[in-house]
Design a protein around this ligand. Structure first.
Ligand SMILES: *Cc1c(COP(=O)(O)O)cnc(C)c1O
Length: 384
């Protein structure tokens, strides 16, 4: 058994970002500045998009996206129930109402058939989540959005590297939202990005991210001389700091190396677990790129003889960090009490909620770590 606890989702931090953060600290320019600008330019380049606006989380990016597309009280926003709370909460923060839709059992992504069923006269937008890094069926989702005149905000928190039919995730809809939270594919501690080809949206997101102050207000204390700003909207405090961008710049430079390492680990897991009483992640669809953000094993309750929660406990006892992505949102008390959802509403998402467990999948993992995870998983599931 392992001596030390293997932390789930622990990021790989290397010397260049440590030096860059120290450089920011020594320069005294900690807040939004030249490093944020550089990170935004690098990101636009990486995603082949016109505008990237760095913010302090993906949640902030989603909220601002809701605001710029004009979500207001009475508007409905369709989100998959199989996602993190931030996706639905963004709609609520903007005054809208999240309406849940089920996911597909195999891909765990938003089911286009159920999406279309949930559309009403009040539906303003849909937020597809590229779950675990697997791109959604964007052909179907974009066709439905076009037919019903819906805005599309992509939650790309898992999906920086993902591509669908040759196009990059986050570039299909009106705004794409990304996360650089510590467990994500590249990290800035806390951090996010909103990307768009729409000039008006980009300008508004930038303004709303910094108190609603007119463009480039962050420069007001620079050596270019004091500049007056105007408050043009009721904005938020969502700007990214240079200390965060200092990490992002170097992490983004290594994004392909990290992706390859996660792909390698992914394939080793698939090979190792194929005879266990589990369902492996669905294979990657042709002409798509999976970002390999989460390796989600589904415990086959009929054959395994133990529950998912027992598996979690057994792993933790063996010093293995594990995650659950996710218990579907409609099973949480807030959404039940506020919107009247109940168990039974979304069978596919519930089936996954009962069985899913995420195993460590960080580029920080050594081959030994991966062996440890495999051994522990096999021991627990074979014994049963
Ligand atoms: C992590 C995550 C978010 C929120 O990202 P933050 O940067 O932590 O705000 C949103 N949606 C999904 C699907 C996530 O996994």
């Amino acid at each position: 058994m392992r001596k030390d606890f293997l932390v789930f989702g622990s990021p790989l931090i290397e010397q260049p970002e440590i030096d860059e953060v120290v450089d920011s600290l020594k320069s005294g320019w900690l807040g939004t500045g030249p490093k944020v600008k550089k990170f935004e330019e690098m990101f636009s380049d990486y995603k082949s998009i016109k505008h990237s606006v760095a913010v302090n989380s993906c949640t902030a990016a989603l909220h601002l996206a809701m605001r710029v597309i004009g979500v207001k009280p009475g508007d409905e926003v369709i989100v998959p129930t199989m996602t993190f709370a931030a996706t639905a909460n963004a709609a609520i923060h903007a005054g809208g109402t999240p309406v849940f839709a089920d996911c597909e059992k195999g891909t765990m992504n938003l089911d286009p058939v159920d999406l279309e069923k949930k559309i009403t006269k009040k539906t303003k937008a849909v937020i597809p989540v590229h779950f675990a890094g697997r791109p959604c069926n964007m052909d179907a989702i974009m066709a439905i959005a076009k037919k019903h005149n819906l805005k599309v905000i992509e939650d790309c928190a898992h999906a920086i590297e993902s591509e669908y039919h040759g196009e990059k995730t986050g570039t299909f809809g009106d705004v794409g939202c990304f996360s650089f939270y510590v467990t994500k594919n590249i990290i800035t501690g806390e951090g996010g990005m909103a990307i768009t080809n729409n000039d008006e949206y980009a300008g508004k997101i930038k303004t709303l991210a910094l108190h609603g102050m007119s463009k480039d207000a962050w420069k007001r204390f620079s050596d270019e001389g004091y500049k007056h700003y105007q408050v043009v909207d009721s904005g938020h405090k969502y700007n990214m700091m240079d200390i965060q961008a200092a990490m992002g710049i170097h992490q983004l430079g290594r994004i392909d190396r990290y992706w390859k390492r996660r792909e390698e680990i992914w394939n080793r897991y698939n090979e190792a677990f194929k005879d266990l009483p589990v369902f492996l992640p669905a294979s990657v669809e042709p002409n798509t790129r999976h970002a390999y953000h989460l390796y989600t094993l589904l415990i086959d309750l009929d054959r395994a003889g133990i529950t998912r929660d027992q598996f979690l406990d057994e792993m933790t006892k063996r010093n293995m960090g594990v995650g659950v992505h996710y218990i579907a949102l409609h099973l949480h008390p807030f959404y039940q009490e506020k919107f009247g959802y109940r168990k039974g509403d979304f069978p596919n998402a519930e089936w996954i909620s009962d069985r899913t467990v995420s195993l460590p999948l960080s580029p920080k993992l050594t081959d030994e770590d991966v062996n440890d995870v495999i051994l522990a998983t096999k021991k627990i599931l074979k014994r049963a």
